[in-house]
Design a protein around this ligand. Structure first.
Ligand code: AP5
Length: 213
């Protein structure tokens, strides 16, 4: 009888310890930055990386690196990107799958500019469910078209010509905006992206700091 009680107590102790370790293990922080071109996704991704020490992956930057290196993928997508159209889902999904599978993404990461279609969002849901078992935190940087045009014309990247910016905005409204509906019932936060860079960063920080407490 005494033996059974001792064994039982030992089991309870081990179970309690295991549970408390489980509770203390931080969940990976997975942030999706969604917004039109020029809404400040890249700018804010840098701020989040600096403060929360998680890497940021921009599909646009990863694709531009492929174009610059002249890889077969880069050659295939350079004209698509120059016109401001979307690169096919399969190619972008594959880049993201490989990148978030690397060691530095284990504690979490920011995705800047992905997903950009409902089909990409569904692919990501399956990927995150399988590997991280966590739902993403979605930050929607809301900026109207006229502000986008003004900001990007001033920046002057290769795809920042006014006619290409208009096409990128059209693609955003038609293909990307529907993903906001996809995430509306999840951990979704709309932020006014027309405020100053510091004010937008503070609004994002308010959301993230609650999640990481
Ligand atoms: P990508 O590189 O993702 O470009 P984008 O979405 O058009 O976004 P930008 O980089 O232009 O803007 P941003 O929101 O990051 O703003 P930023 O911080 O730079 O994609 C490029 C192309 O790649 C796409 O067109 C597509 O072809 C392809 N692609 C990428 N992802 C894909 C995907 N998932 N599926 C298919 N194809 C894909 O800021 C912009 C400017 O504004 C800067 O000058 C900045 O200083 C300024 N600024 C930022 N915040 C503020 C503020 N609050 N106030 C004033 N100025 C500000």
């Amino acid at each position: 009888m005494t033996r059974v009680t001792r064994a039982g107590l030992l089991w309870l102790g081990v179970a309690a310890l295991t549970m408390s370790f489980g509770q203390n293990r931080p969940q990976p922080l997975i942030v999706l930055l969604v917004g039109p071109p020029g809404s400040g996704k890249g700018t804010q991704a840098e701020r989040i990386t600096a403060k929360y020490e998680i890497p940021s992956f921009s599909t646009g930057a990863l694709l531009r690196a492929e174009v610059k290196a002249g890889t077969p993928l880069g050659q295939r997508v350079s004209q698509i990107m120059a016109k401001g159209e979307l690169v096919p889902d399969e190619a972008v999904n594959d880049i993201v799958r490989r990148r978030i599978g690397e060691k530095d993404a284990e504690k979490g990461f920011i995705l800047d500019g992905y997903p950009r279609t409902v089909s990409q969002a569904k692919f990501l849901d399956a990927l995150l469910g399988g590997r991280f078992n966590v739902k993403p935190l979605v930050i929607h940087l809301d900026v109207p078209d006229d502000v986008v045009l003004e900001r990007l014309t001033a920046r002057g990247r290769a795809d920042d010509k006014p006619e290409v910016i208009r096409d990128r905005l059209k693609v955003y409204h038609e293909e990307t905006a529907p993903i906001l509906e996809h995430y509306a019932k999840g951990d979704y936060h709309r932020i006014d992206g027309t405020k100053s860079i510091d004010e937008v960063a503070a609004a994002i920080d308010e959301v993230l700091s609650k999640q990481t407490k």
